[in-house]
Write a protein that binds this ligand. Sequence first.
Ligand code: PSU
Ligand code: MN
Length: 306
Amino acid sequence: MNLEKYLDISTEVKEALDAGKPVVALESTILSHGMPYPENAEFASEVEKIIRGKGAIPATTAIINGKLKVGLTPEELLIMCKAENVGKVSRRDVPVYLVTKQTGATTVATTMLIAAMAGIRVFATGGIGGVHRGAETTMDISADLQELANTPVCVVSAGCKQILDIGLTLEYLETMGVPVLGYQTSDFPAFYCRKSGFGVDYCLKDAKEAAEILHTKWELGLKGGVVVGNPVPEEYAQNFEHMEKVINEALEMCKERKIRGKQTTPFLLATIKDLTGGESLATNLQLAYNNARVASDIAVELSKLG
Ligand code: PSU
Ligand code: MN
């Protein structure tokens, strides 16, 4: 492998990694295709501040000018937030974007891939992709799940949205041997809501315990990632039944407009935001901040284990 040719790690992130200091990866699809401008720009700088405040170094990933970037400058972050001619890059798109020098926002799958190449083990996001409702006919299953099966990164998320079939998503992760851990909860969170009605494999006491489990998994040579489900703080949580109605409406619109493939998730995210009059955006921001806090704590604990 000739990683150096393609990887462009910022000096700050490189120094932290060389010194064994905690680093937290962040994705850019959440910026370019998951949140509107300029709220996403405010979010991008705030989330990095939160991670630094916890004693870790943030490393947002993206594909810019033929390089896999790890750690973006404020100017590069702004490019991702403005999202003009920025594609959504999953694993399959990576070589095309590198060769054609298109600007690409990285999904959970691609961020895990790049983080692992750089040696980053912990990643904070909003929600993971999963098995879409109706996947038995559409075969629409996010590449995020296959990446979790293969790539050694811990993804701290608020679970996944009800736009997905949460039960089938958890079944898939079980089949692929991916631990699904609840952060101080026994319920797998449903993004806007603290509970999905589905249980997790184990309820974590704290970040130290999470780090010990990660360390043990990888020391054993067990391949693949880990999902940590961290519920949105109570005061920002939405009502499950209300979100179910909104999501069903969004899914209906998706069908009517014949939205398919990689457009599906961004379409649903934007439609939900419109239907809730921006209320969902406030929840989205807060849960992602909360994931950044927990991911930082886990990265700090993991760095102590060597
Ligand atoms: N779910 C969210 N917010 C997001 C995404 C998913 O609640 O921003 C983004 C993530 O980048 C995730 C991607 O990796 O969508 C999944 O897309 P797809 O379903 O096309 O695999
Ligand atoms: Mn898909």
